[in-house]
Design a protein around this ligand. Structure first.
Ligand code: SF4
Ligand code: SF4
Length: 391
């Protein structure tokens, strides 16, 4: 893609990186087929190609982003499905991360949005706070229909509806020593996953110990920083990354690790990118690159490990569970939400049932079935890819 950045703009290293990414895009549109927001909304501006156009315009003109641009970029889930289909190797992740940091610096969001985003950035990266919030959400759940009637409280009602019915016990912090040790690995403790799905960590520790790996839960590490990074809060994300690099570097310099394992694919992507994120910090660049080189998704690690034959079946099912836990669960949620929203977003006009003609109702139903078949196709595709990675 042709770009029109000035020499002064390109002197700023993050803008130079963004420009190099934009130049790689050839507008082929292959990425639109795997982008869930495009599949759901059918709007080019909600596709990766549309986002690249919006970001290029915003950066080239060096202007304050408009609410429309912010809305389209906010809709991006950062699932990075587009990167897996792009034949030109466009690093959409670095581009959208830079755009989000730019928006956070230049765009003044409405007060309510700012308060909500700050609250989420304060709450989600801390398991203790998050667990307490889920317990309170459970008490407030019966009032959800009432809260959703208040226009300003709709996002809160949506979050209450998503909160799990039961708050799980604290994730395990003990790791048994294997009978025949063949290696030593660190396991990311993370933030939201141990609160929402502590069984994933427990299953991973059981599996690795059975295979002969000593699992270390490194003191001092926590949230990978992806949550705040995706909100454009760059400094907060870098501080979190530095804290984790410090914690793991102490262990690497001490007893050493074979790998740093991650059971949530989004966190793994961020940790593998620490080397890039901290490349401009002389005190951390080298150590961050060392941490990134050791980071592995659990399914990647098991795929490369020399497993005894009897352990392969267990590894496959546990690995598949971890690999799919993040992406598969969100796709299934996406499918469920689609049942309720697709007819309103696009296609035949939606009206309350009592005021719809029978033909209009049939059209809505047919359209919903079509979108659901598309969502099923994506769900099956990811499950199959995860199976191929772990099988
Ligand atoms: S697939 Fe890659 S090159 Fe093609 S439009 Fe999407 S980002 Fe650009
Ligand atoms: S990261 Fe996901 S949601 Fe965002 S543009 Fe790419 S495929 Fe679409």
């Amino acid at each position: 893609m042709r770009t029109d950045f000035s020499a002064e703009q390109l002197a700023h290293p993050p803008t130079a990186v963004a420009e190099a990414v934009i130049r790689k895009c050839v507008h082929c549109g292959f990425c639109t087929a795997t982008c869930p927001t495009y599949v759901l909304l059918g709007d080019e501006l909600d596709s990766p190609r549309g986002h690249i156009y919006l970001i290029q315009n915003m950066l080239e003109r060096d202007e304050v982003p408009t609410p429309k641009v912010v809305q389209h970029l906010d809709r991006c889930l950062s699932c990075l499905a587009c990167m897996t289909t792009c034949p030109s190797g466009v690093n959409y992740m670095h581009l959208v991360d830079h755009a989000r940091a730019y928006i956070e610096r230049r765009y003044q969001r409405p007060l309510r949005e700012r308060l909500l985003r700050s609250f989420l950035a304060w709450l989600l990266p801390h398991p203790g706070r998050f667990r307490l919030a889920l317990a309170l959400a459970r008490l407030a759940r019966p009032a959800t229909p009432l809260i959703s009637q208040l226009g300003w409280a709709k996002p809160i009602a949506a979050m209450l509806a998503l909160a799990p019915a039961n708050v799980t016990r604290k994730a395990t912090r003990t790791t048994p020593v294997p009978a025949h040790k063949i290696g030593r690995v660190a396991l990311l403790q993370g933030c939201a996953e141990p609160v929402l799905k502590p069984a994933i960590r427990a299953a991973t520790i059981r599996l690795l110990t059975r295979l002969g790996y000593q699992v270390v839960l490194t003191p001092g590490e926590g949230c990978c920083g992806a949550l705040v990074h995706h909100m454009g809060k760059e400094e907060q994300a870098l501080d979190t990354a530095r804290k984790n690099v410090d914690a793991w570097s102490r262990e690497i310099d001490g007893n050493g690790f074979d790998a740093i394992l991650i059971t949530a694919s989004g966190c793994g992507t961020t940790i593998k990118d620490y080397g890039f994120l901290l490349r401009g910090d002389p005190a951390y660049a080298e150590r961050a690159a060392r941490v990134s080189a050791l980071a592995r998704d659990i399914s990647e690690f098991l795929d490369a490990a020399d497993l005894p034959r009897s352990a392969q079946t267990a590894a496959r099912s546990d690995g598949l569970q971890s690999a799919n836990a993040h992406r598969g669960a969100s796709l299934l949620r996406f499918r469920r939400d689609l049942q309720h929203t697709s007819a309103r977003n696009r296609g035949p006009a939606w009206r309350p049932k009592s005021r719809q003609s029978r033909a209009a109702r049939r059209r809505c139903h047919r359209y919903r079935q079509h979108r659901l078949r598309r969502a099923d196709w994506h769900t099956n595709r990811y499950a199959y890819c995860a199976y191929r990675r772990t099988g």
